[in-house]
Each structure stands twice: as structure tokens, then as C-alpha cells.
Design a binder for this molecule. Structure first.
Ligand code: FES
Length: 219
């Protein structure tokens, strides 16, 4: 039996033409359109201004598990970064939507459960703590749950320099320092801020559910 990727399309205000083109992209990609956020695996939202970014944040809070894709015609790096911080898993140029949806639909057909929720720790056990709250070894890597000033984030170790473990890394002023040779990474984005590592750390989305912190190990 064919398994269709269920997609929910959110529309920008008065944006009927854009909606038609996104719907066409989804249909061309063998996706099934659904109006129900609870059954959608993918949420498609327009991104053109600050109001759209705020809606991404709201939709993400209501739908922690679905893959959220913001599609845009606006080449504004700051807007893209703020949309990612608001909870978008991916920002895609509107022209690239068909290719992306086709890839996701193909992957979904071969494994609908590909998006996995990995438990990190109980919320109660780490209440009030700062720094590295949990470190879970997983096939993806070292899943580090980190709390700075804002919400907990998950960065994936080990260190890209020489694969040093980051389980005991120092966290200070929003920066994580590798205990091996001192590479530094911004904890809210995983971005490298000091070498010798020459790349940053992957960041995964954290969800609080059933009294636990989980990380969404999306592809
Ligand atoms: S292993 Fe992290 S800086 Fe070398």
C-alpha cells in the first residue's frame, strides 16, 4: 500500500496565487493535502516578514513533532535565521519546494517513522540547572541537552576537530568550550566561534512532552 506524506499548507493573508502554486508543488510531489495539523507530517508556511516569523513560532508551539518548512522568495539572511530560531526545521526557496517535497515523500514512503523522538531526561530532574543537563549517546552522535539563558537546546557532539567528547565541556556566557583543544561553539546555534575546529555543531529541536525533554532526530 502506498504511504502518502501528509502536508498542511498555511497561507499568507490574501495570497491566493501563492497558495495555488504551493498546492501544485505538493500534488506534483505525490503528497496528500490535509487541513488537520494533528495528522500532518509536514507543515508548509510562507515566510516574507516578521508577522510570518511570529506565526512560525506559534505553529511550532502547537505542533512540536511535524517537520516545519518555511518557503520564501525573500533573500534576507536575518529573516531566515530568525525563522529557524522560531522553530522552522528548514527554510526553502519557493522555487525549490517541488524538489524538496519529492525527496521527503520518497523518504517517507520508505520509512514513515523516520522522524524519531529520542528521550533525553526528565524535566523535573534538571529543573533550575544551567549548562549541560544531559548527554545521551546515540547513533546520531553525542546528544547534548544544554540550557543557557533561553530554552534548552540540543547540540550534537563529538567535537568536529578531533572527535573529543563534549560531555564535560565548559559552558559560559552562551559559549561551549571543548575540553580537548579549546574550540568554541555558540550554544544557541551550534555555530563555531573559535578553532581549531573548522565547522560548527548540528543543532536539533528539543520538545518538552510527558514530563521529559526529547530531541527530534529528523533527517
Ligand atoms: S577535539 Fe575539540 S578542539 Fe580538539
Amino acid at each position: 500500500m502506498e504511504v502518502a506524506l501528509r502536508v498542511l499548507i498555511y497561507v499568507g493573508t490574501g495570497d491566493a496565487v501563492a497558495r495555488l502554486s504551493v498546492e501544485r508543488a505538493a500534488r506534483q510531489s505525490n503528497c496528500e493535502l490535509t487541513p488537520d495539523p494533528d495528522t500532518a507530517e509536514v507543515l508548509l508556511l510562507p515566510l516574507s516578514d516578521e508577522a510570518d516569523r511570529a506565526r512560525i513560532s506559534q505553529v511550532r508551539a502547537q505542533n512540536p513533532r511535524a517537520t516545519l518548512i518555511a518557503h520564501t522568495m525573500v533573500q534576507d539572511q536575518d529573516l531566515w535565521v530568525s525563522a529557524e530560531r522560531a522553530g522552522a526545521d528548514r527554510i526553502e526557496n519557493s522555487g525549490g519546494l517541488v524538489v524538496l517535497l519529492r525527496r521527503l515523500a520518497r523518504e517517507f514512503e520508505s520509512g514513515p517513522q523516520r522522524q524519531r523522538m529520542v528521550p533525553l531526561c526528565s524535566v523535573g530532574d534538571v529543573a533550575g540547572r544551567l549548562g549541560i543537563l544531559a548527554c545521551v549517546q546515540h547513533e546520531i552522535g553525542e546528544l547534548l541537552l544544554i540550557k543557557g539563558q533561553g530554552k534548552p537546546v540540543c547540540l550534537v557532539g563529538p567535537c568536529p576537530h578531533a572527535a573529543g567528547s563534549l560531555a564535560n565541556a565548559l559552558i559560559e556566557d552562551g559559549v561551549m568550550t571543548c575540553p580537548e583543544h579549546g574550540s568554541q561553539f555558540a550554544i544557541d546555534t551550534g555555530e563555531r566561534t573559535r578553532g581549531p575546529a573548522d565547522e560548527g555543531l548540528q543543532q536539533l529541536r528539543v520538545v518538552e512532552e510527558d514530563g521529559k525533554y526529547w530531541v527530534v532526530a529528523a533527517p
